[in-house]
Design a protein around this ligand. Sequence first.
Ligand code: ADP
Ligand code: MN
Length: 503
Amino acid sequence: MDPVGVAAAPEAGPGPAWQSKCPWGTPKTASISCSLADVMSEQLAKELQLEEENAAFPEVVAVAEGPFITGENVDTSSDLMLAQMLQMEFDREYDAQLRREEKKFNGDSKVSISFENYRKVHPFDSDSSEDEVDWQDTRHDPYRADKPTITPKKGFIGKGKDITTKHDEVVCGRKNTARMENFAPEFQVGDGIGMDLKLSNQVFNALKQHAYSEERRSARLHEKKEHSTAEKAVDPKTRLLLYKMVSGGMLETITGCISTGKESVVFHAYGGNATEDDKVIPPECAIKVFKTTLNEFKNRDKYIKDDYRFKDRFSKLNPRKIIRMWAEKEMHNLTRMQNAGIPCPQVVILKKHVLVMSFIGQDQVPAPKLKDVKLNSEDMKKAYYQVVNMMQQLYKECNLVHADLSEYNMLWHDGKVWLIDVSQSVEPTHPHGLEFLFRDCRNVSQFFQKGGVAEALNERELFNAVSGLNITAENEVDFQAEKQFSETLTDFSTVFLMICSQI
Ligand code: ADP
Ligand code: MN
């Protein structure tokens, strides 16, 4: 209370009695004299206002926040009103305490006791079904009365002792039980729906929350399951594809897995009798299954994103389709190489992300990688010249840069080198084409130099020999610097060709 206000009140001069009692002080306009008619109408207005306040009072309280109502729209000149407001505050505090006790009483128990009926401020209880029960059962409600009893806005029907509020425990409880039908089908609600079970709002809301989180959890689990099978590359869809290849007679049997890489899984299979496009199926096949997880192709989109052959399609595709493009790319590149006479697997068939090709090796034993085979110096030298030759053919005749050429992707079979793994190969005009070629050259030079091939060119010389371009020892420094710089640029080859043209 404002002591100044109270002390000043007696000196406030003549005025209506309610003014001196008002603890919030006296309105300044009080001392202004006016005609009887004015006073009369003012009193009338005040009476009307008081009536309105009484009628609208609960609504005012409902929107109010904080311990006391201080809103400017609330007239503090009515003692009755102030008393009611105060009472309402006490009631709210009482209810808050009741809620705490209710919570403490029920703890984690699955069956809880509602203190709802002891609450003072029923219609505006924040725990009420109005706030939290957002499912309106539109389907058959076994407990719905024949003629639906509509609860009016005031929140209750009836008179005196027979008042039934919308919070009536029985009505509400039955409704809540019926609403359990709305939970996800997997959610076990028991046979409560068939019994005359009454669920308090609190229990129902807790159940509803639980049903929601169960639904979300099961969705997450499902996703995880899908993901983990995809990670092994042979998800149900792939399995079906492979099964069809066998049942269709294209493959006789799939014997087992040769390799599990980051991006693919390779299986060995014996070829079947069926012919595909008049092509005779090789007696032994390799099946390359491109993995359908996101992680791998993230690293790879650098290769395909800027490849003009796939440009239009890249932006429109979903991850699954992009994976198929990898398989398609490998098929196209292998075909180009085959046509140029480069030793490489022969394409048998492509089905989605599964590529079937001829097997390099014999009797289920894949040909060893150059990295794993111990060649004598003569074979090493022979292999080296063959590789240089193949790189040139690849560049000039196939218009391709392998882009992942190393002793890991070259197999030694039948006394010669076979190139594999060309899904990432690009055309030399690819923005990173020459950069990839330079990297290939470095891998090849280093491998054969270390392998004792004295004639092996260094990476720069090999690059020139393959590309027909001419970088010299002097401008190689520039080239390296530009290359590093251009790694952040998209159009590296333009920068690089500028250097070459200066020679
Ligand atoms: P990744 O992208 O996983 O490296 P690759 O095409 O290199 O895929 O294949 C992985 C491994 O599978 C190779 O290192 C090789 O051992 C084996 N492999 C792949 N294709 C064939 C094939 N046609 N014949 C025999 N072995 C193959
Ligand atoms: Mn590989």
